[in-house]
Write a new protein. Sequence first.
Length: 130
Amino acid sequence: MASTLNKVATVIVPIADQDKALDFYCGTLGFEKRVDVPFGGPPGEAQYRWIEIGLPDQDTTIALAPPREGEPNGNRETGISLQTDDIDGYHSRLRDAGADCDAEVQRMGDVVPPMFWFRDPEGNTLMVVQ
């Protein structure tokens, strides 16, 4: 029998300022920190941090990981879509918190759910849908 995939485990977003990102994703967006451990680096030199965040009661996590050596960070379209049952309330919450998000919730009709885009502190773009 062939091997199969069974879930999306972790989505990685390259982040240079992990502390600032952690504050935004957990403090502003409502994620919880699941993992924060050092890794890599030569002995005696600074190590990297592997940070994973997730929404309460959900398995899939987002890793706020340092960019690969020589790779840029920030200003990326992450492809991450988050869901809420109250798009207008969540949009207002983010705007009131000073998050960089679209001025209005987009409403395109019955087939497409209401949505808006926002950017994390490094300019990475995520979407919220209802």
